[in-house]
Write a protein that binds this ligand. Structure first.
Ligand SMILES: [Zn+2]
Ligand SMILES: [Zn+2]
Length: 429
C-alpha cells in the first residue's frame, strides 16, 4: 500500500501558526495534497491533546482517524481516502552540555494517548512548562528526554529534527554537536532516523559516512495548511500500522521506503552563509576566504546548512552510498502557478487555478509527480505543464536562502519567458 506521510508540522497551539492548523482542516488539506498519514504536531500540549481526544479515534493500528460525528461521518466526507494521524510533537531542549549551550529540536512519536499522557506527566513532574507553547522549551538534555520517552513506552521513538539548521539542531553550527554519540552518549543506538530539514537534501547528507546507518526522512514543518507536504516520505506499507512505520524507519529497506519528496534545498532559509541585516550571503567556500567574518559588519557570519555539511563531510558531493533511499525534488504547485501567471503566490488567481487543477488532477502530488505533460496542460495550461516537466528534470534556477531568509527557486529565467511570452499571451486572452 503506497502511503505518503508528512511527519512534522505544528498546530494552532504553537507560536506563529495559522489558526487553521487543526485536524479537520488538516484532513481536508491532506486530501488536496495527496497525503495519507499526517503528524498531529504539538503532542506535548495538554489542551491540544484534550482536543485531539475529542476529534480523533485510535483505530488499533497505533494511528488515528477523525471521529465520525456531525457532518464528518466516517466514509462520508472522508470519501474513499481515509487520512490517518500519528501522535507526534516537537520539543526544544535548551541546556548546558560540555561547557556549551545546546539547543536541540526533536520529534517524538507515540503509539497511543496513554503514553502521551504519561510522558507529559513526567515532564510536568520535572517542572517543565508544557502549557504555554505547542513546541515547548525544556531545560532537559536530549539524552534525558530520550530516556524518559523510552521508559514511558519503548515502542515510542525520537527523531532529531531538521538536523542541520544553525540555531536549533543536532548538527547546527551555533548550538549543535559533531556526532550523534556526542549528543546521546550511550543512548545513541536508539537514534535510527533523522529529519534532513528544508535546507538540505539527502544527496548532501550522503557525504557523511557517519550517517550511512541513519534513515533520512523529510517533512514539511508546516505552520499553515498550504505548506503541508512541501516535503514528505513515500512508503509501501504491508500493514498500515505505527509498528510498521517504526520498523521501516529502522530497516531503511528501499522496497518499503520508496523515496522522499524534497524542497530544493536552496529554497530553505539556512542553505547558504550570511547576514540577513547586512544583505550579505555567500557559499561555504567564499565564507572561508572571509574567515567566516561578514565583510559588511565584521561580525561572525551565520553559517548555513551547506557549510556545516561541508565541514563534517568525508565524501565529495555526488557520492551515493549503497541502499540509501532515493528522492525527488519538487516545487509546490502554487509556487509554479504563481511564477507562470506572474502574480503573488497566495493571490486569488493563483489559489483559484490551484483549486481547479486539484479538483481535476486528483491531488497535488499526483499532478507534480505522476500526470503526463498533455494531461497537465489540459487541467492547467501549456506553460505550467512545461514548468512541471522542467522541475521533474531538475532544470531550475536558484538563489540560495541564508540567515533566516527563504531562497528563491524558479523554473524559468527572463530569456525563457520571452521565448514563451507570445504563447502565454494567447493563453490568457
Ligand atoms: Zn524545529
Ligand atoms: Zn553582517
Amino acid at each position: 500500500m503506497k502511503i505518503i506521510a508528512d511527519l512534522h508540522l505544528h498546530s494552532k497551539y504553537s507560536r506563529a501558526t495559522s489558526p487553521k492548523m487543526e485536524v479537520v482542516t488538516l484532513t481536508e488539506w491532506g486530501k488536496k495534497k495527496g497525503i495519507d498519514l499526517i503528524a498531529t504536531g504539538d503532542i506535548t500540549h495538554p489542551e491540544y491533546v484534550k482536543e485531539l481526544k475529542e476529534q480523533l479515534v485510535e483505530d488499533g493500528s497505533g494511528f488515528l482517524t477523525l471521529r465520525p460525528f456531525g457532518k464528518l461521518r466516517a466514509g462520508e466526507d472522508q470519501g474513499d481516502k481515509i487520512i490517518k494521524f500519528v501522535l507526534c510533537g516537537e520539543i526544544s531542549c535548551i541546556y548546558k552540555h560540555k561547557d556549551k549551550t545546546r539547543r536541540q529540536h526533536h520529534l517524538l512519536f507515540f503509539p497511543d494517548f496513554a503514553s502521551v499522557d504519561q510522558f507529559n506527566q513526567e515532564l510536568e513532574n520535572r517542572g517543565c512548562n508544557i502549557r504555554s507553547d505547542g513546541r515547548p522549551i525544556l531545560g532537559l538534555s536530549s539524552k534525558e528526554i530520550l530516556q524518559i520517552l523510552l521508559d514511558v513506552n519503548s515502542e515510542a521513538f525520537l527523531v532529531p529534527a531538521h538536523v542541520w539548521t544553525p540555531w536549533f539542531a543536532l548538527f547546527g553550527s551555533k548550538s549543535g554537536y559533531d556526532s550523534v554519540e556526542e549528543c546521546f552518549e550511550d543512548l545513541a543506538p536508539e537514534i535510527f532516523a533523522m529529519e534532513t530539514g528544508l535546507s538540505s537534501d539527502p544527496a548532501m547528507n550522503w557525504r557523511l559516512s557517519a550517517l550511512d546507518n541513519i534513515t533520512l526522512i523529510s517533512n514539511s514543518d508546516a505552520h499553515s495548511p498550504l505548506n503541508l507536504g512541501r516535503e514528505a516520505n513515500v512508503f509501501d506499507f504491508q500493514e498500515f500500522t505505527f509498528a510498521e512505520l517504526k520498523q521501516i524507519l529502522k530497516d531503511e529497506d528501499p522496497k518499503k521506503f520508496l523515496y522522499t519528496i524534497e524542497f530544493y534545498p536552496q529554497e530553505g532559509k539556512y542553505h547558504y552563509d550570511g547576514h540577513r541585516s547586512c544583505k550579505f550571503s555567500c557559499s561555504p567556500e567564499e565564507s572561508l576566504k572571509h574567515k567566516n567574518i561578514c565583510p559588511v559588519c565584521k561580525k561572525p557570519l551565520v553559517l548555513g546548512v551547506d557549510h556545516r555539511v561541508v565541514a563534517l563531510a568525508d565524501r565529495e558531493l555526488g557520492f551515493k552510498p549503497e541502499n540509501k533511499i532515493p528522492f525527488k525534488s519538487i516545487i509546490p504547485l502554487y509556487e509554479i502557478i504563481s511564477e507562470v501567471l506572474g502574480v503573488g503566490k497566495q493571490s486569488k488567481r493563483v489559489m483559484n487555478l490551484y483549486e481547479e487543477m486539484i479538483m481535476v488532477g486528483g491531488n497535488e502530488f499526483n499532478i507534480l509527480l505522476e500526470l503526463d505533460k498533455e494531461k497537465i496542460a489540459t487541467i492547467g495550461n501549456d506553460l505550467i505543464a512545461e514548468a512541471i516537466m522542467r522541475m521533474r528534470a531538475g532544470k531550475i534556477y536558484a538563489i540560495p536562502g541564508y540567515d533566516g531568509e527563504f531562497g528563491r527557486v524558479t523554473v524559468f529565467n527572463n530569456e525563457d519567458l520571452n521565448h514563451f511570452k507570445p504563447k502565454q499571451k494567447e493563453l490568457f486572452l
